[in-house]
Design a protein around this ligand. Structure first.
Ligand SMILES: Cc1cc2nc3c(=O)[nH]c(=O)nc-3n(C[C@H](O)[C@H](O)[C@H](O)COP(=O)(O)OP(=O)(O)OC[C@H]3O[C@@H](n4cnc5c(N)ncnc54)[C@H](O)[C@@H]3O)c2cc1C
Length: 382
């Protein structure tokens, strides 16, 4: 057993930290206020191979592994919760194509995201269903050599700034319903694709949209993987994407903790630094412990994927624990800063707002517990 990163991963971590502190950290407040997707910062990161680092070099990836991606996610979000996660989630549409797509789809769509042409999206959630994925109503009907899509998707990250969206749609009436779902590549410029921004509590520089699909026609080669296999492809996608969300929220927790720790060493009350008061010191001790536990879960889940032993329950546990930790740690960081924590002068109020979505998107905390408990009951075989 070895808990140390190898030389290659250590070097990556140091390089990404340097990049993130220079190119991300100073701009968090600005992008949060102007509510704009940080396209130029995403492009700079892509040029350095930090977007989709686990994808082979022939598709513009860095040819590294899922552990490397987790390290990058942590460093980006540590620098800034909003920008860091926004540019990291540029790859949302990538894993489905990498794993199940055709060679043409990898070259014509996936590789462009890693090159810096624009982010990608995955549209699962609908106004009437999120957790219950099998209940989606968006339909795709075959018409000659085209598919026609109709439906509404909501809360779609990168739904308007992306170069493509992977859309999950019903392609057959089946019992059980999850067997009749397929995945499609849809470009936002297609006729009938419209996107509306959703105003939200945090992650304000993220592009989060409601998407209307009104008779959108796409060529038949835009089907990703096999027809009616979309639900299973999605479950494979979640094994990795939940590790990424866990890593992002671990980074958010780390960023808030570090800021609170330095503040507690500088700020004085009753003649001594805050950290000399046990109530504050114990908060920091608990924050530190939860962050270290999250780190072990996230990095182990990533390591298992790299070993070809992806474990859905551990990916869910990593996402569950790290995102709940981020909510608690950012809450305490605001508390340690006192009134300044509530003001826009310091980063922690933004980290606090941005952390909150972690227990909701990519499956709620309750949904993660469903996955974990199904594995414990022997209903998921790994
Ligand atoms: C900022 C943001 C970005 C997002 N990005 C994307 C994206 O890119 N693509 C995408 O497809 N979606 C995205 N989502 C949507 C997100 O994944 C869903 O909001 C989430 O899966 C929950 O679905 P819902 O909102 O419909 O809640 P519901 O499914 O209606 O659930 C409501 C509540 O009930 C609980 N619940 C539901 N069913 C059960 C059950 N069986 N047992 C116990 N509790 C249950 C849930 O945990 C939750 O607390 C995003 C959401 C946000 C806020």
């Amino acid at each position: 057993m070895n808990f140390e990163l190898d030389e290659e991963h250590k070097m990556l971590q140091a390089a990404v930290r340097e990049f993130a502190e220079k190119e991300i950290m100073p701009y968090g407040k600005e992008y949060d206020e102007k509510r704009e997707y940080p396209m130029e910062i995403y492009r700079k990161a892509a040029k350095l191979g930090y977007i989709g680092a686990s994808i082979p070099e022939e598709y513009n990836g860095a040819g590294m592994d899922v552990l490397a991606e987790a390290i990058i996610s942590i460093e980006f979000a540590r620098a800034d919760s909003g920008i860091g996660s926004a540019i990291d989630l540029a790859v949302l549409g990538v894993p489905m194509i990498m794993r199940f797509g055709s060679e043409e789809q990898r070259e014509n769509f996936m590789a462009r995201v890693l090159k810096g042409e624009g982010p990608s999206a995955i549209a699962i959630t609908e106004p009437d269903c999120g957790t219950d994925v099998a209940a989606i109503k968006t339909r795709a009907i075959k018409d000659g050599d085209e598919w026609i899509l109709n439906g509404t998707k909501t809360f779609i990250t990168n739904g308007s700034v992306g170069i493509f969206t992977i859309v999950l749609a019903k392609t057959a009436k089946t019992n059980p319903p999850h067997r009749g779902i397929s995945a499609f590549i849809v470009e936002p410029e297609r006729e009938g694709y419209t996107a509306r921004q959703i105003d939200k509590m945090g992650m304000r520089c993220h592009d989060t949209c409601e998407i209307m699909l009104n008779g959108v026609r796409i060529p038949e080669d835009h089907l990703v993987g096999r027809e009616n296999n979309g639900f299973y492809q999605l479950m494979a996608f979640f094994n990795e994407s939940r590790i990424k969300i866990g890593a992002i929220h671990l980074g958010i927790a780390l960023g808030a903790y570090e800021r609170a720790l330095s503040y507690a060493k500088e700020r004085k009350s009753f003649g001594k630094p805050l950290i000399e008061h046990q109530a504050i010191a114990f908060k920091l001790a608990e924050m530190y412990t939860a962050i270290e536990a999250s780190r072990l879960l996230v990095l182990k889940a990533a390591w298992l994927v790299d070993k070809g032993k992806a474990d859905p329950a551990l990916s869910s546990a990593a996402k569950l624990y790290a995102s709940e930790t981020a909510v608690k740690v950012t809450y305490e960081a605001v508390q340690i800063f006192g009134g300044y924590g509530y003001s826009k002068e310091y980063d922690v109020e933004r980290f606090y707002r941005d952390a909150r979505v972690g227990t909701i998107y990519e499956g709620t905390s309750e949904a993660q517990k469903i996955v974990i408990s199904r594995k414990l009951a022997g209903k998921i075989r790994v």
